[in-house]
Design a protein. Structure first.
Length: 429
């Protein structure tokens, strides 16, 4: 038998020993398991907190059904007892200009509707939120915000709604086509105005000046082609303890903002993870894609509303004193038809939004490279979102990915980048 060269023969025992150790190490060293790591993180949340979160979120399903039923009941009452007919008559007596009649009627209708809805809004938006520890508002603070919201709604709805009625009067059978074509322009117009005129009514927006927080965010923005040189913060803590950030506006009013709860309750890594996600919305053009997608959905809603109004008017219109679809007094019926459609379209609406959120999550992980921060932030969001819903439950009711799926996504990303995380938690297979 041929003998190996003498130098190699001297090294062979040591080489075989090292090979044995390497094989043994490979056999016993645990591997990073994304599923196991996800479960480990979920188990850090106390069972009581998780049950509370599930109860809050699942109660929201009932509230959606209740709000639809209540809205339909109020619609019936307003029409049955001639409330909107009286409001229409008032508007027509006050002024002869058709557009301004619509402005007056819709403003009065919004006020009456807000008064009727107040007990339900108070329970859902104040009592229930305090019961689950999610609101920081006093009764006076909550009422103040309701009044501000009502004023904004009265102005916006009366001006836009009156234009809608002009379109209905000109084309009673094809008004929904005209309204559909106008929808994206109105959506962008309102998005442009919101950061400048609406959001400052409810929160104070200031420039984020803490360089340790601001500079990594701006660095991410520059690295990903986002043309911003400022980051804003706003005082959401006066309303709740929820952590949040957003990309708001359109065209030249787009801004990236984060609330003070995110700054006060989260680590730098968590803040970067969240802001990477928000920058993703801009880079991926979610604002404009959303306008297109929701315009198509709203267009279908307009068509359904036209059919719904025609059906109801043929059966009940004469008894309710309605002249036709261009009659201001029929506004509750138009809103009822649109509400029914949007309720039925809940899975579609939520899937459109949730798909964008998934894309932004992936972008944020790649931009911020903070999988642990992303995962622990998802746990904080579980204060008001169910962590681990069923598949269809998530598809139907969730506007964002569930906490479980977000954490699993982060752990899978981390598993592919373990070299960047030498202290990564290891779990036995």
């Amino acid at each position: 038998m041929t003998q190996p060269p003498r130098p190699f023969a001297r090294l062979l025992p040591g080489f075989l020993l090292l090979l044995g150790f390497a094989t043994l190490a490979h056999a016993v060293v645990p591997a990073f398991d994304p599923v196991a790591e996800t479960e480990k993180l979920l188990n850090t949340l106390p069972a009581e907190a998780r049950a509370k979160s599930d109860a809050y979120f699942e109660g929201g399903y009932i509230i959606q059904v209740w709000n639809l039923v209540l809205g339909l009941a109020i619609t019936w009452a307003l029409l049955k007892f001639g409330v909107t007919v009286k409001l229409r008559d008032v508007a027509e007596r006050v002024i002869k200009i058709r557009y301004l009649q619509g402005v007056i009627f819709i403003a009065l209708f919004a006020l009456v509707s807000a008064i009727i809805d107040l007990p339900n809004d108070y329970y859902v938006g104040f009592i229930r939120e305090h019961r689950f520890g999610l609101s920081n508002l006093t009764t006076g603070g909550w009422l103040g915000e309701q009044v501000k919201g009502l004023v904004v709604a009265m102005i916006a709805l009366s001006l836009i709604g009156s234009l809608l009625y002009l379109g209905i009067r000109k084309s009673p059978q094809r008004w929904w086509v005209r309204a559909s074509l106008a929808t994206p322009f109105f959506m962008i117009f309102l998005m442009v105005l919101a950061p400048v005129f609406v959001m400052p009514l409810f929160n104070k927006y200031t420039l984020l000046t803490d360089a340790k927080v601001r500079d990594p965010i701006l660095s991410m923005a520059r690295a990903n082609g986002v043309p911003v040189d400022k980051v804003y913060q706003f005082d959401a803590s006066k309303q709740s303890k929820r952590v949040s950030a957003n990309v708001s506006g359109a065209l030249n009013t787009i801004r990236v903002s984060l609330n003070d709860n995110l700054l006060n309750r989260c680590t730098p890594g968590e803040v970067q993870a969240v802001m990477g996600h928000e920058l993703g919305h801009y880079v991926l053009n979610h604002v404009y894609k959303g306008v297109i997608a929701f315009t198509l959905l709203i267009s279908a809603g307009f068509w359904f509303t036209h059919w719904f109004f025609g059906w109801a008017h043929r059966r009940f219109g004469a008894g309710w004193g309605l002249r036709g679809i261009d009659d201001f007094a029929g506004l509750p019926l138009i809103l009822a038809g649109f509400s029914v459609f949007m309720f039925l379209a809940t899975p579609v609406r939520n899937t459109l939004t949730r798909t964008n959120e998934v894309e932004a999550d992936i972008f944020g992980l790649n931009a911020a490279r903070q999988p642990d921060g992303f995962a622990t932030t998802a746990l904080k969001l579980s204060e008001y979102r169910k962590l681990a819903p069923g598949k269809w439950e998530e598809i139907i009711f969730f506007t964002h990915p569930s906490g479980y799926n977000r954490i699993l996504m982060a752990m899978r990303w981390k598993a592919e980048h373990l070299a960047e995380f030498p202290s990564a938690s290891l779990t036995e297979k």
